[in-house]
Design a protein around this ligand. Structure first.
Ligand code: BGC
Length: 882
């Protein structure tokens, strides 16, 4: 039977708030093998019974089941739409209509009539308190209302309530973007929260990223000095009429029990100041004050749609420890990002005070030094009500441990839990194997992602930084995209990257950029640096990665000018293809750095030119993918020139690479900068450089991600495995053995003697080195995309068997469905199982020297020094000996 499973809209199950038709995709179910879709038929309706069809594609002869763009559909704002699909396949089967997917449209630009309103005054610029806003309204009781949709956003952070209930599951809304250019609003269906007659809309608003004390500069009011809230309610009547109202000067405001709330420093909440019934109709608004309408550009408002931040899971405490210094510490057993929720009883005025931190020091005491100035402190004053349940509103903490500085009476651990908060994304990658240390490494990589994908891909979630460092996001993008469905998350961030680029195409070090500054008084411009190799290249590499992983041309199209801008920036600053610009991070925090330096030994000239060539190549490919032949020709030629210059500059005539570092060799090999005749020598030298460190890496952010790839792709799988499996310092598994539950910023975050790396930069939740996850999926499991048929329309399956592992089980949920690879090895006898989703094909690639025992009736041919077979959808079992 042919079925359709899981229709997606912009790669999500459900979209709340879209301004143009999302891209559509689906997964095909069938009992047959070799299933190819022959046609699709799509309908869109405003009702789930599809009585009133506003779009009918008719039967479209097409094999496309992902990334389908429908143009020219006139969508009405604030309206539910339902979409369904049916298909036929090459076996002559026809599916039924799929279950419908649904989306709610947003409120495009000009239709915003509501105003930004604030209960803060100009005198509150130094305050990080929360303020309350509210308004009563009446709905008719004649059954004429069909639905009520609200769109909301803030300068600051907001939580919206209707009749006492929080609206939606989102947290930390409207998230963090380059607000002055791009402010997201969220869309919610209020229909079931409202009653005929009187209703109350209310919001609590806090400082957040907008106005709080941000970055290691601890400079506040970066985007503005007054919080404000905006929402517009759209009442859809049965007869098609829309009535809209929203925030305006008639709302009332007052201060909230949130006395202080800041991203880095935590929250101070006095429950004695709660305003009774503040978000319901039962509220005495007499003491409330008038609000100010705040002038702010509404044209920057855009719908978010998906991937909002949410409370995703909760963890219970593992233990209550009393440290040698006598502190009470709760251990959650996992380094995480979010907050603590607790319930507590006591007298009015009693306090709970919590300090959140990542690691205990060598003596087992509370260690706060690596948080730098971030306080991560929550102070709650009890109202004295029977049981009080609380979690902070406008902040998040990076922690495994919580020091309980104050708590009325005994702490009962069942009254405390950690709430894990991050951007909502579908989990797509699973990996397990017979080596428990590698499983823990995979776990740590995944938790590095969870901890740092809080609306923006951040370097770390705990200290006074938590910034969208471009380099980190570039390095980790592919791994992240194996683990989770990252398309909407990165597409959002890339939009901000584009907005924050300099007019010349330079790319800031962090996005949203709060380091180079945009303010007219030049207050922040003193930092003045941007455009570092490997960091700025996120402008090109990340959209390209989304294209590879999802076949996503839309992001490529949206980013095209930004990508080109970055290439042109490098070209402008290049002489003979050698470019440089102000501060470069080089092979950041590599172990071959000079004592006391963060900058690895690989010369900046080399890193800059290597990345220039790579980004130019990827941009040329992007141009080709989008059908821009002229740019393809121009930038392919430029790429050729850069490669030539690189070879002249960095290779001796005998084929020695001028910089004798691991990273230099890795980049040259991975970015295809090595003349073919020198390849063997370059690989040889890299292996030598490894041997000089007893098989250990000494690479930093730039060299580490590709190390195993270049080894295994150049006939050195054994060395790749040895490198991965090292478990003494420095190595991935050294951290695992040291009890890490996330990835550390430094190979020696905690040194073998138990002492710490300098507290000025020692995060224990930094995903960058987690980029090795890509090798687990792409190398060990061998699940790889093909840029000619991206998004896993065609899959390359080429596992790198080794490491004395007995078995590996991996699964990647592509847009087409699950791709599964598992292998078992016993005395060099391999059983390989592969699942290929419908409407895709795969090439299974085995080592040339292996002896095939069971080929699953597939034809294997020798090609490029390997045994290759092309397969259609289905499940296969191959058996061979090594
Ligand atoms: C961050 C890094 C970042 C680096 C740039 C650090 O403070 O934590 O991850 O990429 O600065 O130099």
């Amino acid at each position: 039977m042919l079925t359709i499973k899981n229709v997606t809209l912009n790669y999500a199950q459900e979209l709340n708030g879209v301004e143009s038709m999302p891209v559509v995709g689906w997964v095909i179910g069938s009992d047959n093998n070799n299933v190819e879709q022959m046609s699709w038929h799509m309908q869109i309706s405003q009702d789930s019974a599809f009585n009133d069809i506003i779009f009918d594609s008719g039967t479209v002869a097409s094999g496309q089941s992902q990334n389908i763009t429908l143009n020219a559909i006139d969508l009405k704002n604030s309206t539910h739409y339902f979409l369904r699909v049916k298909i036929s396949d090459n076996h002559g089967q026809h599916s039924d209509w799929s279950e419908h997917a649904t989306f709610i449209t947003g409120l495009p630009g000009a239709q915003w009539q509501a105003e930004f309103i604030s209960a803060e005054g100009p005198q509150d610029n130094a305050s990080s308190k929360g303020t309350l806003l509210r308004k009563d309204f009446t709905l008719p009781d004649d059954g004429a209302v069909a639905s009520v949709i609200v769109h909301a956003s803030a300068l600051g952070l907001y939580k919206l309530y209707v009749n006492g209930k929080k609206v939606g599951k989102d947290e930390l809304t409207p998230g963090w973007t380059s607000y002055q250019h791009h402010l997201l609003y969220q869309t919610y269906d209020l229909t079931n929260l409202l009653a005929a007659g009187d209703n109350t809309l209310a919001a609590i608003v806090g400082a957040g990223w907008y106005k709080g004390d941000m970055s290691f500069n601890r400079a506040r009011n970066y985007y503005g000095d007054r919080t404000a809230f905006i929402c517009q309610v759209v009442v859809n009547y049965q007869d098609g009429r829309q009535v809209m109202f929203g925030t305006d000067e008639s709302w009332r405001g007052t201060d909230s029990p949130v006395l202080f709330s800041e991203i880095y420093d935590g929250e101070t909440y006095d429950a004695r100041r709660e305003v009774s019934g503040w978000n319901t109709v039962d509220c005495d608004v007499a003491p409330w004050r008038a609000v100010d309408v705040v002038a702010s550009d509404k044209s920057v408002l855009g719908a978010q749609g998906a991937s909002t931040v949410q409370a995703i899971e909760t963890l219970s405490p593992q233990a209550l420890i009393v440290t040698p210094e006598g502190d009470r510490v709760i251990d959650f057993g996992q380094n995480l990002t979010g907050w603590v929720e607790f319930s507590v009883s006591g007298r009015a005025g009693d306090k709970v005070i919590l300090r959140h931190f990542e690691v205990l020091d060598a003596n087992g005491n509370v260690y706060l030094a690596n948080l730098r100035t971030a306080k991560q402190r929550v102070e709650y004053t009890l109202s004295g009500a029977q049981t009080e349940v609380y979690h902070p509103h406008f902040t998040f903490q990076g922690f495994r441990y919580v020091h309980v500085e104050a708590w009325p009476g005994e702490i009962a651990l069942e009254n405390v839990k950690a709430v894990v908060v991050h951007s909502q994304m579908e989990r797509t990658g699973e990996f397990s194997c017979s080596n428990p240390d590698l499983n823990q490494l995979h776990h740590n990589i995944l938790w590095g992602l969870k901890g740092n994908f809080v609306d923006v891909p951040t370097d770390c979630p705990q200290r006074d930084e938590r910034l969208g460092w471009t380099g980190d996001a570039q390095i980790f993008c592919r791994t992240a995209s194996y683990l989770m469905q990252t398309r909407n998350f990165f597409a959002k961030w890339l939009t901000d990257l584009k907005y924050d680029q300099t007019p010349e195409g330079g790319v800031p070090h962090v996005v949203p950029d709060i380091l180079t500054g945009w303010s007219e008084n030049d207050r922040f411009l003193s930092q003045g640096t941007h455009s570092a190799a490997a960091w700025a290249d996120a402008a090109v590499i990340n959209p390209w990665t989304l294209y590879l992983m999802y076949g996503d041309k839309e992001t490529l199209r949206n980013q095209y000018a930004s990508m080109k801008g970055w290439i042109e920036f490098m070209r402008t600053h290049a002489v003979d293809n050698k470019w440089s610009y102000k501060l470069q991070f080089g092979d950041w925090v590599a172990l071959d750095a000079k004592e006391g330096s963060y900058f690895g030994a690989t010369p900046n000239d080399l890193t800059c030119m290597a990345y220039y060539s790579w980004s130019t190549l990827l941009f040329a490919k992007a141009a080709k993918a989008l059908g821009n032949e002229e740019d393809y020709a121009t930038y392919s030629a430029l790429h050729g020139e850069i490669v030539k210059s690189f070879q002249q500059e960095f290779f001796t005539p005998a084929g020695r690479l001028a910089a004798r570092t691991q990273t230099a060799h890795i980049l040259a090999l991975h970015f295809d900068l090595v003349p073919e005749r020198f390849r063997a020598r370059t690989v040889e030298t890299l292996v030598e450089l490894l041997a000089e460190h007893d098989g250990h890496l000494v690479t930093g952010f730039v060299g580490t991600p590709y190390f195993c790839h270049v080894l295994s792709e150049n006939g050195r799988a054994k060395e790749a495995w040895q490198l991965l499996l090292k478990d003494d310092f420095p190595s991935w598994l050294y951290q695992v053995k040291a009890g890490a539950t996330t990835i550390w910023e430094h190979w020696d975050g905690i040194k073998p003697d138990g002492s710490m790396w300098s507290p000025d930069m020692n995060s224990f939740n930094h995903y960058a080195y987690g980029a090795i996850g890509e090798w687990l999926y792409r190398g060990v499991a061998g699940i790889d995309a093909d840029e000619e048929q991206p998004g896993f329309k065609h899959i390359r399956i080429q596992p790198v068997i080794g490491g004395e592992l007995e078995w590996v089980n991996a699964r990647y949920r592509s847009g087409y469905g699950d791709i599964a690879v598992s292998w078992e090895v016993k005395q060099r006898e391999v059983v390989l199982r592969v699942t290929v989703p419908h409407n895709t094909t795969a090439t299974v690639i085995l080592p040339a020297e292996c002896r095939l025992k069971d080929s699953a009736n597939m034809n294997f041919n020798v090609l490029n020094n390997a045994l290759q077979a092309s397969v259609g959808s289905g499940e296969y079992r191959f058996e061979y000996s090594l």
